[in-house]
Design a protein around this ligand. Structure first.
Ligand code: NIG
Length: 400
């Protein structure tokens, strides 16, 4: 196995309490893991060296929420929205029609292109969802194709009731044959708990069926208004509830309470609760209020930042844009936003602990590094919109 020493790191964000943020640091990668971090002079023998010449290094972005198995285009819907029309869940059906008509290779080509686009911008670990097929065959196909490209796959048959179908009959299909068809190929099950999609009782049926099969749970909740999504997610021990734009004090307290008081030491191995995943690009692109990430952090909740890349509500793969927005418009510090987009995302996928952990830089973690063309992570917000990715290592392989 080749060992590569990376030197000249002006600022190394580790996301690990034991190491903190290091200056003038070095990292040794071996195979697909990080072998060592510390001052360059103390590194053992290596096979290769890369000098990043005074640049900042972070863990690769962990994008814990995307919908990338789709076909078709919704530019016209976006234009209408910018002209004043409100976003509604109903637009999902436009993408469902196009996705059902698409050949496998068309779906594959789009997914490949978008995953490449994300990786070139520093994303090294990515979740994606089904949810634009909404028949047994189309959801199974989406799950299969997603698994070819994504690190984590989520079944979102409960995205919306397809046009012309009865909600109860459709839910029986989702929680029965559809779940059976995808269960072996997915880790997570998600439900869109929102007016215009599924109500609390219907969402509960989906979560219960998924839990009975031993699958991990996620919820889309509180995107377009207050509702039961957040509290349902906490009650079922979901790994994450995503959107969180409209939160009551009770919702915020439930999210903070799910960590049992340990949120301010969220680097602790084994800490498990429900992460509040905020999606700044979606909030902006749908002209919804920005999720109250500051309020969540102040209350002691654990927050992740993700892109929600999809053709309807948030057509971007840029985690850097989301981080800059979280700092400039949501009141997070750079440090908080970077943590939320790396270790926070990894926590939302329960992938930040143990051997091969992501979202962290420490010995034994997966060798996922993002080198910025800047001396510090502050430049992500200080220079918004500027492409700052200088190099990317994913599982030890140089990707960009
Ligand atoms: O996360 N909220 C539900 N699903 C997507 C929207 C997908 C779409 O509009 O196509 C979301 O925003």
């Amino acid at each position: 196995m080749t060992a590569t020493l990376i030197t000249g790191i002006a600022e190394l964000t580790t996301n690990e309490a034991e190491y903190g943020k290091l200056t003038d640091a070095a990292v040794v990668l071996e195979g697909d893991r990080i072998r060592w971090i510390g001052p360059a002079a103390d590194a053992g023998p290596v096979d290769a060296r890369v000098d990043v010449k005074g640049r900042a290094v972070l863990p690769g972005w962990v994008d814990s929420h995307t919908h990338l198995v789709f076909a078709g285009d919704r530019t016209a819907e976006f234009e209408a929205r910018m002209a004043g029309q409100a976003y509604s869940a109903g637009g999902i059906n436009v993408t469902v029609d196009a996705t059902r008509e698409a050949a496998d290779d068309e779906l594959r080509a789009t997914l490949r292109r978008l995953v490449r686009e994300a990786r070139a911008q520093g994303t090294t670990y990515l979740e994606t969802k089904t949810g634009y097929g909404l028949t047994v065959a189309d959801e199974a196909r989406s799950a299969r194709i997603a698994a070819e490209f994504a690190d984590e796959v989520t079944f979102l048959g409960a995205h919306i009731v397809p046009r012309g179908q009865d909600a109860d009959a459709y839910l029986a299909e989702v929680t029965g044959p559809m779940l059976d068809a995808v269960a072996d190929g997915v880790r997570w099950v998600d439900v869109f708990c929102e007016a215009g999609a599924f109500d609390g009782e219907q969402s509960e049926r989906v979560l219960r069926a998924a839990a009975e099969r031993g699958l991990g749970l996620r919820v889309h909740g509180n995107q377009l208004g207050e509702g039961p999504g957040v509290r349902l997610a906490v009650r079922f021990g979901a790994a994450s509830v995503d959107h969180c734009a409209y939160l009551t004090d009770e919702d915020v307290a439930a999210l903070a309470g799910s960590w049992d008081g340990s949120a301010d030491t969220a680097d602790t191995v084994g800490t498990v609760g429900t992460v509040a995943t905020v999606l700044p690009a979606c909030d902006v692109s749908t002209r919804q209020p920005l999720a109250p990430a500051r309020r969540l952090l102040d209350a002691g909740a654990v927050v992740a930042i993700a892109t929600n890349a999809n053709p309807g509500s948030s057509y971007t793969t840029s985690m850097a844009y989301c981080v800059a927005t979280a700092v400039l418009q949501m009141g997070l510090s750079v440090e908080e936003a970077v943590w939320a987009a790396t270790r926070g995302g990894a926590k939302a996928l329960r992938a930040d602990t143990g051997d091969g952990a992501v979202g962290v830089i420490r010995p034994g973690a997966r060798a996922d590094l993002h080198v910025l063309d800047a001396p510090s992570a502050t430049h992500l917000a200080y220079r918004p919109g500027v492409p700052l990715t200088w190099a990317v290592w994913r599982a030890g392989r140089r990707e960009a």
